[in-house]
Design a protein around this ligand. Structure first.
Ligand code: 9UX
Length: 69
């Protein structure tokens, strides 16, 4: 597995964090995902043969939030 931390803009409550976590967990190739409000970031463990940073970023953006470097 590969680990990645992404910083996320636009999360204002635990519901937002849960929505992001679920979006990541639905993404094929994701093993585990945890999302915190403070700091506003996602910690993701994934199979690099099945997904990658672009798809993970897209999953978060499709859930309605922004990812920044
Ligand atoms: Mo909380 Mo986030 O009520 O979109 S779920 S603001």
């Amino acid at each position: 597995m590969t680990d990645l931390i992404l910083s996320i803009d636009g999360m204002t409550c635990d519901g937002c964090a849960n929505a992001v976590r679920k979006a990541l967990e639905r993404t094929p190739g994701v093993a585990t995902a945890s999302v915190t409000l403070t700091p506003a970031q996602a910690s993701i463990s994934y199979d690099p043969s099945r997904t990658g940073p672009a798809a993970l970023r897209a999953a978060i953006e499709d859930a309605g939030f922004d990812v920044h470097a």
